[in-house]
Design a protein around this ligand. Structure first.
Ligand code: SF4
Length: 174
Protein backbone atom coordinates (compact mmCIF):
# COMPACT_ATOMS: atom_id res chain seq x y z
CA UNK A 1 0.00 0.00 0.00
CA UNK A 2 1.31 3.41 -0.93
CA UNK A 3 1.33 6.07 1.75
CA UNK A 4 2.24 9.74 1.38
CA UNK A 5 3.72 10.98 4.63
CA UNK A 6 3.90 14.67 5.31
CA UNK A 7 7.03 15.22 7.44
CA UNK A 8 8.54 18.34 8.96
CA UNK A 9 11.41 16.98 11.06
CA UNK A 10 13.63 13.95 11.30
CA UNK A 11 12.76 12.95 14.84
CA UNK A 12 9.04 12.60 14.15
CA UNK A 13 9.70 10.98 10.76
CA UNK A 14 11.77 8.30 12.48
CA UNK A 15 9.04 7.73 15.03
CA UNK A 16 6.52 7.23 12.27
CA UNK A 17 8.75 4.78 10.41
CA UNK A 18 9.34 2.89 13.65
CA UNK A 19 5.65 2.82 14.53
CA UNK A 20 4.73 1.40 11.11
CA UNK A 21 7.69 -0.91 10.50
CA UNK A 22 5.52 -4.05 10.64
CA UNK A 23 2.96 -2.68 8.21
CA UNK A 24 3.21 -3.40 4.50
CA UNK A 25 3.64 0.24 3.54
CA UNK A 26 5.56 1.87 0.76
CA UNK A 27 6.17 5.31 2.28
CA UNK A 28 6.98 8.44 0.29
CA UNK A 29 7.87 11.54 2.28
CA UNK A 30 6.22 14.84 1.37
CA UNK A 31 8.24 17.78 2.63
CA UNK A 32 5.73 20.59 2.32
CA UNK A 33 6.55 23.08 5.07
CA UNK A 34 6.25 26.74 4.03
CA UNK A 35 5.87 27.57 7.74
CA UNK A 36 9.51 26.79 8.53
CA UNK A 37 11.70 29.84 9.01
CA UNK A 38 14.35 30.75 8.01
CA UNK A 39 15.36 28.99 4.79
CA UNK A 40 18.51 27.62 6.45
CA UNK A 41 16.34 25.87 9.04
CA UNK A 42 14.06 24.56 6.30
CA UNK A 43 17.03 23.10 4.40
CA UNK A 44 18.68 21.67 7.51
CA UNK A 45 15.51 19.80 8.47
CA UNK A 46 15.14 18.48 4.93
CA UNK A 47 18.74 17.23 4.81
CA UNK A 48 18.33 15.62 8.22
CA UNK A 49 15.20 13.77 7.16
CA UNK A 50 17.12 12.55 4.12
CA UNK A 51 19.88 11.32 6.40
CA UNK A 52 17.64 9.39 8.80
CA UNK A 53 15.15 7.78 6.42
CA UNK A 54 17.80 6.51 4.03
CA UNK A 55 18.36 6.88 0.31
CA UNK A 56 15.78 4.26 -0.64
CA UNK A 57 12.89 6.44 0.59
CA UNK A 58 11.63 8.92 -1.97
CA UNK A 59 11.18 12.51 -0.75
CA UNK A 60 8.95 14.94 -2.64
CA UNK A 61 9.95 18.55 -2.10
CA UNK A 62 7.48 21.14 -3.40
CA UNK A 63 8.77 24.68 -3.91
CA UNK A 64 9.55 26.54 -0.70
CA UNK A 65 6.94 29.34 -0.56
CA UNK A 66 6.72 31.02 2.86
CA UNK A 67 4.06 33.24 1.29
CA UNK A 68 1.65 30.26 1.43
CA UNK A 69 2.03 30.13 5.19
CA UNK A 70 1.67 33.87 5.82
CA UNK A 71 -1.38 34.08 3.55
CA UNK A 72 -3.01 31.17 5.39
CA UNK A 73 -2.28 32.54 8.86
CA UNK A 74 -3.15 36.15 8.05
CA UNK A 75 -3.67 38.16 11.23
CA UNK A 76 -3.91 35.04 13.40
CA UNK A 77 -0.33 35.06 14.60
CA UNK A 78 -1.16 33.93 18.14
CA UNK A 79 -1.32 30.31 19.29
CA UNK A 80 -3.41 28.19 18.90
CA UNK A 81 -5.17 29.98 16.03
CA UNK A 82 -2.09 30.16 13.82
CA UNK A 83 -1.33 26.47 14.44
CA UNK A 84 -4.76 25.34 13.32
CA UNK A 85 -4.25 27.31 10.09
CA UNK A 86 -0.75 25.90 9.70
CA UNK A 87 -1.91 22.28 10.12
CA UNK A 88 -4.81 22.95 7.80
CA UNK A 89 -2.54 24.24 5.03
CA UNK A 90 -0.06 21.39 5.20
CA UNK A 91 -2.67 18.64 5.50
CA UNK A 92 -4.70 20.14 2.67
CA UNK A 93 -1.72 20.04 0.29
CA UNK A 94 -0.71 16.58 1.41
CA UNK A 95 -4.18 15.08 0.94
CA UNK A 96 -4.57 16.78 -2.44
CA UNK A 97 -1.21 15.58 -3.71
CA UNK A 98 -1.86 12.06 -2.43
CA UNK A 99 -5.14 11.94 -4.31
CA UNK A 100 -3.66 13.36 -7.52
CA UNK A 101 -0.84 10.82 -7.48
CA UNK A 102 -2.95 7.78 -6.58
CA UNK A 103 -1.64 7.03 -3.13
CA UNK A 104 -3.76 4.71 -0.97
CA UNK A 105 -3.29 6.78 2.20
CA UNK A 106 -1.85 10.01 3.48
CA UNK A 107 -0.62 10.87 6.95
CA UNK A 108 1.58 13.39 8.75
CA UNK A 109 4.33 13.21 11.33
CA UNK A 110 2.37 15.91 13.14
CA UNK A 111 0.36 13.06 14.65
CA UNK A 112 3.49 11.57 16.21
CA UNK A 113 4.53 14.76 18.01
CA UNK A 114 3.63 15.20 21.65
CA UNK A 115 4.06 18.97 21.21
CA UNK A 116 1.08 19.22 18.87
CA UNK A 117 -2.68 18.98 19.42
CA UNK A 118 -3.09 15.49 17.98
CA UNK A 119 -6.86 15.43 18.38
CA UNK A 120 -7.26 18.60 16.34
CA UNK A 121 -4.76 17.44 13.74
CA UNK A 122 -6.65 14.18 13.27
CA UNK A 123 -9.90 16.10 12.96
CA UNK A 124 -8.46 18.31 10.22
CA UNK A 125 -6.91 15.31 8.47
CA UNK A 126 -10.21 13.44 8.47
CA UNK A 127 -11.93 16.45 6.91
CA UNK A 128 -9.30 16.51 4.13
CA UNK A 129 -9.72 12.78 3.64
CA UNK A 130 -13.43 13.33 3.11
CA UNK A 131 -12.89 16.31 0.82
CA UNK A 132 -10.46 14.49 -1.49
CA UNK A 133 -11.78 10.95 -1.15
CA UNK A 134 -8.52 9.52 0.15
CA UNK A 135 -7.89 7.61 3.36
CA UNK A 136 -6.07 9.12 6.31
CA UNK A 137 -3.71 6.59 7.90
CA UNK A 138 -4.19 6.34 11.64
CA UNK A 139 -1.13 4.93 13.35
CA UNK A 140 -1.84 2.36 16.04
CA UNK A 141 1.17 3.52 18.01
CA UNK A 142 1.41 7.27 17.48
CA UNK A 143 4.20 8.30 19.76
CA UNK A 144 6.71 5.66 20.64
CA UNK A 145 9.44 6.45 23.13
CA UNK A 146 12.31 6.34 20.67
CA UNK A 147 15.70 7.45 21.95
CA UNK A 148 17.37 9.10 19.02
CA UNK A 149 20.66 10.93 18.71
CA UNK A 150 23.38 11.78 16.23
CA UNK A 151 21.45 14.15 14.03
CA UNK A 152 20.13 17.72 14.06
CA UNK A 153 17.14 18.39 16.29
CA UNK A 154 15.34 21.71 16.20
CA UNK A 155 14.66 23.72 19.32
CA UNK A 156 11.51 25.45 18.05
CA UNK A 157 8.37 24.33 16.24
CA UNK A 158 9.12 25.96 12.90
CA UNK A 159 7.54 29.31 12.16
CA UNK A 160 9.03 32.74 12.83
CA UNK A 161 6.55 33.25 15.67
CA UNK A 162 7.60 30.07 17.45
CA UNK A 163 11.26 31.04 17.01
CA UNK A 164 10.59 34.40 18.63
CA UNK A 165 8.68 32.75 21.47
CA UNK A 166 11.52 30.33 22.19
CA UNK A 167 14.05 33.15 22.39
CA UNK A 168 11.76 35.17 24.63
CA UNK A 169 11.38 32.15 26.89
CA UNK A 170 15.11 31.47 26.90
CA UNK A 171 16.15 35.04 27.70
CA UNK A 172 13.06 35.77 29.82
CA UNK A 173 11.95 38.67 27.66
CA UNK A 174 8.46 39.93 28.46
S1 SF4 B 1 4.00 26.96 16.21
FE1 SF4 B 1 4.35 25.24 14.84
S2 SF4 B 1 2.30 24.45 14.32
FE2 SF4 B 1 2.07 26.51 15.20
S3 SF4 B 1 2.07 27.87 13.42
FE3 SF4 B 1 4.15 27.75 14.13
S4 SF4 B 1 5.10 26.11 12.93
FE4 SF4 B 1 2.89 25.92 12.72
Amino acid sequence: MKLLLHACCADCALKFFEATKDEKLEITVFYYNPNIHPRAEYLTRLLTIRKVVGKEVKIIVPDYRPKDYFEEVGDNSEKPKRCVKCWNLRLERTARYAKEKDFDFFCSTLVTSEYQDQEMIEKIAESKAKKYGIKFWKTKNNCCDLKTKGFYKQFFCGCVYSLKERYEEKYKVK
